[in-house]
Design a protein around this ligand. Structure first.
Ligand code: NAD
Ligand code: MG
Length: 392
């Protein structure tokens, strides 16, 4: 029996993870869950899964959850004693990631906010199931070193990286990898029309159902940019060994190209439960609840190169990776600020890339090598991006 902590249990990846775990009560049990502020959803999860510990982001939501649990046990006819301990804050989050009682940690918080708890799990030598790509973009070297030094296991959950990981296992002679990108909702929208697209249009992904931030990232193709950087750290590849190809059907999840001219790709339906089940069961496989692919039904499968003028965010991510130092972290911070601004109606869609580009120009390029300067660099980049956003 493996004990699991899910960081970001109330989100889209959290939902899919719980759905896979529901199929295997004999193999896994939940040790701890965390969420931002959605205490109502967490109340339901507590009743269903009886975790030992729950961590909310702040005291206020922790208190509401505590009261909700008290009331529900009062009102319930069968005395379901809920012994869940409810905590709040960053330290508690790091503690459930590193706790001796947990074997596996699903890192599924969105954004830079997920970095420190994922790192804590790596430092504690856990199997880290990594959905939170931003933590590698922000602190790749630190994270990868922590995995190595502490004998942690880092298993990618991002579908493209899971695909590469599956294609690579036990094989040598790699020459390059190729990440597929759906192209998002605006693949066929003309550049001139993009500035005025609405939030609803931007988060309406054609193939995947995901949280709001990653949905906007998919529409700008920054998601693919973050994934290029994620792949650099996960697989130790140079930027020139990482390619992106547009594949609107999201059936072929990514490919590895070998020295002998062979290519191995991983295919499946666009459903994150497959990659999550793989990361949980690795090196075995188990049921994920996802139906097998029907290739005849899925065809035709199309592939073409991305338009880097229209999807400037992808170009900026490649440039940041080439530049090195703090550039990727600055790109990530500016993206989070700009996407938040777009979701709140403060800026137009094309302003996202403009804010990121200008932030990168204004940030001095410095090496980042420890947690403190990573966090300072993140804050400074956010400030610059916010000032740019307010001037627009
Ligand atoms: P989401 O918005 O649906 O869920 C985010 C989760 O993080 C929620 O549980 C929320 O409560 C928690 N959270 C948010 N801000 C927080 C904060 N400041 N402190 C603590 N907790 C906080 O997002 P998602 O779509 O599930 O994505 C999660 C991560 O997985 C992201 O890094 C995303 O890039 C990655 N990912 C998602 C998918 C997908 O299909 N959804 C696919 C690949 C990778
Ligand atoms: Mg992905």
């Amino acid at each position: 029996m493996k004990n699991i902590t899910i960081l970001g249990a109330t989100g889209s990846i959290g939902d899919s993870t719980l759905a896979v775990l529901d199929l295997h009560p004999d193999k896994f049990q939940i040790f701890a869950l965390s969420a931002n502020t959605n205490w109502q959803k967490m109340l339901d999860l507590c009743q269903k899964y009886q975790p030992k510990i729950v961590v909310m982001r702040d005291e206020k939501s922790a208190e509401k959850l505590q009261n909700g649990l008290k009331n529900s046990s009062k009102n319930s006819s069968k005395k379901s004693a809920n012994n869940t301990q409810i905590l709040a804050g960053k330290q508690a989050l790091n503690d459930i990631a590193a706790a001796a009682e947990t074997d596996f940690v699903m890192a599924a918080i969105v954004g830079a906010a997920g970095m420190e708890s994922g790192l804590a799990a790596a430092q504690a030598g856990k199997r880290v199931l990594l959905a939170n790509k931003e933590s590698l973009v922000l602190a790749g070297d630190l994270f990868i070193n922590a995995v190595r030094e502490n004998n942690a296991e880092l298993i990618p959950v991002d579908s493209e990286h899971s695909a590469i990981f599956q294609c690579l296992s036990g094989r040598s002679g790699l020459s390059k990898i190729q990440l597929t990108a759906s192209g998002g909702p605006f693949l066929h929208t003309r550049l001139e029309k993009l500035q005025n697209v609405s939030v609803a249009e931007a988060i309406n992904h054609p193939n995947w159902s995901m949280g709001r931030k990653i949905s906007v990232d998919s529409a700008t193709m920054m998601n693919k940019g973050l994934e290029v950087i994620e792949a650099h750290y996960l697989f130790g590849l140079a930027a020139r060994q990482i390619e992106v190809v547009i594949h609107p059907q999201s059936i072929l999840h990514s490919s590895v190209y070998f020295a002998d001219g062979s290519t191995i790709s991983q295919l499946g339906r666009a459903d994150m439960r497959s990659a999550i089940a793989y990361a949980l069961a690795y090196p075995q496989r188990m049921d994920s609840g996802v139906a097998a692919l029907d290739l005849a039904e899925a065809s035709p499968l199309e592939f073409y190169p991305p338009d880097l003028d229209k999807f400037a965010c992808l170009r900026l991510a490649f440039a940041a990776l080439e530049q090195g130092g703090n550039a990727c972290a600055a790109l990530n911070a500016a993206n989070e600020v700009a996407v938040d601004g777009f979701l709140n109606g403060k800026i137009g869609f094309l302003d996202i890339a403009k804010i990121i580009e200008k932030t990168l120009e204004k940030m001095p390029n410095l090496p980042v090598d420890n947690l403190q300067n990573i966090l300072e660099n993140d804050q400074k980049s956010r400030q610059i991006a916010l000032e740019l956003l307010q001037k627009l």
